[in-house]
Design a protein. Structure first.
Ligand code: NCD
Length: 299
């Protein structure tokens, strides 16, 4: 039985299979998961990711049981461990999608699970399915991953989507990553070491301007308010990077702007009509990728 917990464990062959399945689901409607149940357990609020998974399961003919407020509603408040919660859910569903506020909690759940478990985000840890859909977006919009120059911008310290996507990029050739963040929100050394060890060249910088005309992808992220110790600390960084229409217009032909959403103020709405804006296409690719993942895990 396979789980999807950490992006760095996902093999290149698996990525290929998932992308091929995603392509096929776009072409034809089928309901291979009829009679199967997906449990969505969210211990941290989310509408986007949970709806995306639920939509994917329903489109495949499956059914869904779901809790958006598991932290308060589930017995965790009574002191139940994630392991016990998982043992229970294993009897109710055929696959579990879990988001948790603690790094490593979903992995612990998977260690006792008798059904496949998908990590839908564990605190500032990982978000492997977002990374897969981000990668799929790049492949669909740019035709390839090898050789791309990608700029990650924003809260690279706390953003889990950038961590997971960096791991996946380690599978491709000649990828260049520019890490654009304030000095207090730099990506962790573990990610930089991983990139270096996997042949991805990277540079760190505080401003996007010198490279805006050279990059293929501008991956903008939200300052992760919920990870800051205080409102005051957050306000130091709120609004540090706002992509303007002028920035978008300075990008080369075919280059794209992505964002995992939700956006707060980091992309000006004037950018939405730019030919470079790809962030409203990501959710559609996301459902296809999550359909592919569910079908793959439930075979
Ligand atoms: C991301 C997340 O939850 O990490 N969003 C998402 O999955 N839709 C990014 C974010 O919250 O900024």
């Amino acid at each position: 039985m396979e789980h999807i917990i950490e992006a760095k464990e996902i093999k290149p062959e698996t990525i290929k299979k998932i992308f091929a399945l995603a392509d096929s689901f776009e072409r034809r409607h089928s309901t291979p998961l009829k009679g199967k149940i997906m449990a969505a357990l969210f211990f941290e609020p989310s509408t986007r990711t949970r709806f995306s998974f639920e939509s994917a399961m329903l489109r495949l003919g499956g059914s869904v049981i779901s809790s958006d407020n598991a932290r308060e509603l589930m017995s965790t408040t009574k002191g139940e461990t994630i392991e016990d919660t998982m043992r229970m859910i294993s009897n109710y569903a055929d696959v579990a999608v879990i988001r948790h506020y603690e790094v490593g909690a979903v992995k612990r759940a998977s260690s006792v699970a008798t059904i496949p478990v998908i990590n839908a985000g564990d605190g500032p840890g990982e978000h492997p399915t977002q990374a897969l859909l981000d990668l799929y977006t790049m492949k669909r919009e740019l035709g390839k991953i090898d050789g791309l120059h990608i700029a990650f911008m924003g809260d690279l310290k706390n953003g889990r989507t950038v961590r997971s996507l960096s791991y996946l990029l380690g599978n491709y050739k000649d990828v260049k990553v520019s890490l654009v963040s304030p000095s207090g929100l730099k990506v962790g050394d573990d990610i930089k070491e991983y990139l270096a060890a996997h042949g991805v060249s990277y540079e760190e910088m505080e401003k996007i301007d010198p490279i805006i005309g050279a990059i293929d992808v501008l991956y903008q992220t939200r300052i992760q308010k919920e990870r800051f110790v205080s409102e005051e600390e957050y306000l130091k960084y709120k609004g540090v990077y706002v992509i303007s229409r002028k920035d978008a217009d300075a990008m080369k032909d075919g280059a794209i702007i992505m964002h995992p959403f939700p956006r707060v103020d980091e992309i000006d709405p004037d950018v939405d009509s730019s030919p470079h804006a790809a962030y409203f296409k990501q959710p559609r690719y996301g459902v296809l990728v999550r359909m592919a993942l569910l079908a793959y895990l439930l075979k």
